[in-house]
Write a protein that binds this ligand. Structure first.
Ligand SMILES: [Zn+2]
Ligand SMILES: [Zn+2]
Length: 136
């Protein structure tokens, strides 16, 4: 997301953009996968020498359960602010900040349901689908 400082009017500016997860290097992670363009909205205001950007990010994602490795859908949402010192005609690129803020909010562990039984360590069967033959 680029912000042209000299195009920000007195009353501020609202920007909205869809960013490809690939361009933020976010497409496939261990616990969370971004499969669709990420919705990024920004409220930009300018004071002398600084811009203040109120950003909200939203995207459908797929999580991978750490216990049974099944995938399930979710929504990733985050709001954050960026304050930057700027020169009058500067073009500010915010993709790096957006990427870092998203990564900061990655869940460490996701489970598909509180009582997920996980995989059998022996045969790898998903125990949510039923008991395996190993224990017998
Ligand atoms: Zn699970
Ligand atoms: Zn087993």
């Amino acid at each position: 997301m680029k912000i042209f400082v000299d195009k920000i009017p007195e009353g501020g500016l609202e920007l909205s953009e869809k960013i490809e997860p690939g361009s933020l290097l976010l497409e496939d992670q261990t616990v969370i996968s971004f499969l669709n363009p990420i919705d990024v909205k920004a409220d930009v205001t300018k004071t002398s020498g600084e811009i203040f950007v109120d950003i909200s990010v939203e995207s459908p994602v797929e999580y991978t359960c750490v216990k049974c490795l099944s995938r399930f859908d979710g929504i990733f949402r985050k709001k954050f602010n960026v304050i930057r010192e700027v020169k009058p005609a500067e073009v500010v690129e915010l993709d790096d900040e957006i990427r870092q803020e998203i990564i900061l909010d990655y869940p460490m562990k996701v489970i598909c349901k509180p009582d997920c039984k996980g995989l059998c360590p022996n045969c790898g069967q998903n125990l949510n689908a039923g008991e395996c033959e190993c224990g017998k």
